[in-house]
Design a binder for this molecule. Structure first.
Ligand SMILES: Cc1cc2nc3c(=O)[nH]c(=O)nc-3n(C[C@H](O)[C@H](O)[C@H](O)COP(=O)(O)O)c2cc1C
Length: 369
């Protein structure tokens, strides 16, 4: 460990929010930091999706937004920058490097997803498919380590054969990555199959002096973290789920995240439409309206385009419904089409519209004049 780089040492003894598509958006990441996470992964985002995005400083929300063709692909806040692991879906060294270079100024690490078992990933040679093409995976990691402005990590699953997995890990470690996360299941196991924690012991004994091994799988509560670190008495009593959900909704409102990600199963909640209705469900609609006065009048949500505030030629906001438009649940990996105010300003003089424009720095100067 003495020879570890600072980027590797930073992970020692830390707790992290795992990468989760649809779950690991900005509100969940900030909430996790509030509740003691040391690092947070973003959801997997495919290289081609983020490449070509415009980086917009959103002064209204205090975020940095990556937007392409009117779709918000990634939203981050400065507060999480030193803690954020940006996870890439990739099958190509050059695209991986381009994507890493694009987001580097807003994240702490770039991670390569080598564990996603879903069809979408596998057919593109990404996720768990990379475990079957080790030369390609090594090329990707080598290129990233060389050209990414931020340190690189990698998250894998186990292969069915333990010795083969250890041989693969040996090659991955040699690329110079700063940490290796291991989901202790194979891609053929279901989430219900118990993870094989004994594998961590094998890996740690063989590679633990060369880089940090991040334990992943079957972590249900703080006692599992204790188990993972051999720590004791670090956990408090669980927080009431309502309190946690309310705190989550506060962040979803504050950062205007797509409300479909906010929902949780439950009949009444599932029937709500829009963030305001969800805020109402949690009794915090006043907080919502204080931040977003237009929604009080407009009803279903401030990004929803009913057309009435737009002048001819102005872009539609196009509030897409994930369930209808966002894609196939079986497909993996990216933030679904998210609502986004285009940089184009809405009707001049309309307080609601003008206030809700997300602007880049240059544009901000113009609009505030
Ligand atoms: C909803 C959901 C989305 C996920 N998305 C990703 C992802 O984008 N990238 C990734 O590497 N793993 C993803 N995973 C896997 C988790 O990061 C983690 O490896 C897995 O949940 C660990 O197993 P456990 O649920 O038994 O703890 C996802 C898991 C869930 C439940």
């Amino acid at each position: 460990m003495q020879s570890w780089s600072p980027a590797s040492r930073a992970f020692v003894g830390t707790r992290m929010l795992a990468p989760m598509v649809r779950v690991g958006t900005l509100p969940m990441r900030l909430l996790s930091l509030d509740y003691g996470a040391d690092f947070v992964y973003g959801p997997e985002i495919v290289d081609k999706r983020i490449i070509g995005s415009e980086r917009i400083v959103n002064e209204l929300l205090g975020t940095v937004d990556y937007v392409k063709n009117g779709t918000l692909n990634f939203r981050t806040a400065p507060r999480e920058k030193s803690r954020l692991v940006f996870q890439l879906g990739t099958a190509d060294p050059e695209l991986a490097v381009q994507a890493a270079q694009l987001v580097a100024q807003d994240v702490a690490y770039v991670d390569v997803n080598c564990g996603c078992p879903k069809h979408f990933s596998l057919q593109g040679g990404m996720g768990a498919a990379l475990l079957e093409t080790p030369d390609k995976l090594v090329d990707i990691l080598t290129a990233l380590v060389k050209h990414s402005p931020v340190p690189v990590t990698c998250k894998i699953r186990m292969l069915p054969d333990r010795a083969t997995t250890l041989a693969l890990i040996d090659r991955l470690v040699a690329t110079g990555i700063s940490a290796l996360a291991i989901h202790c299941r194979t891609r053929f196991m279901t989430p219900q199959d118990p993870g094989d924690w004994s594998f961590f012991t094998d890996v740690a004994s063989q590679f633990g002096t060369r880089l940090p091994i991040l334990v992943n799988g079957d972590v249900f509560d703080a006692s599992d973290l204790d188990r993972a670190f051999g720590l004791r008495n670090v956990s408090g009593p669980p927080r009431p789920v309502h309190e946690v959900m309310q705190a989550y909704v506060r962040y979803a409102i504050r950062y205007d995240m797509i409300y479909q990600n906010t929902k949780r199963k439950g009949k009444q909640l599932a029937q709500t439409r829009g963030l305001r209705a969800i805020a109402e469900f949690f009794g915090i609609e006043d907080e919502h309206d204080a931040l977003w006065p237009s929604a009080r009048r407009g009803g279903s949500g401030r990004w929803h385009d009913d057309g009435e505030d737009l002048q001819d030629g102005e872009a539609s906001l196009g509030h897409k419904d994930w369930n209808k438009d966002g894609g196939d649940e079986k497909e993996c990996p990216y933030i679904p089409n998210a609502p986004y105010i285009p940089t184009k300003k809405r009707k001049t003089g309309d307080v609601d519209g003008a206030d809700l424009v997300a602007v880049s720095n240059d544009e901000a100067k113009t609009t505030s004049e």
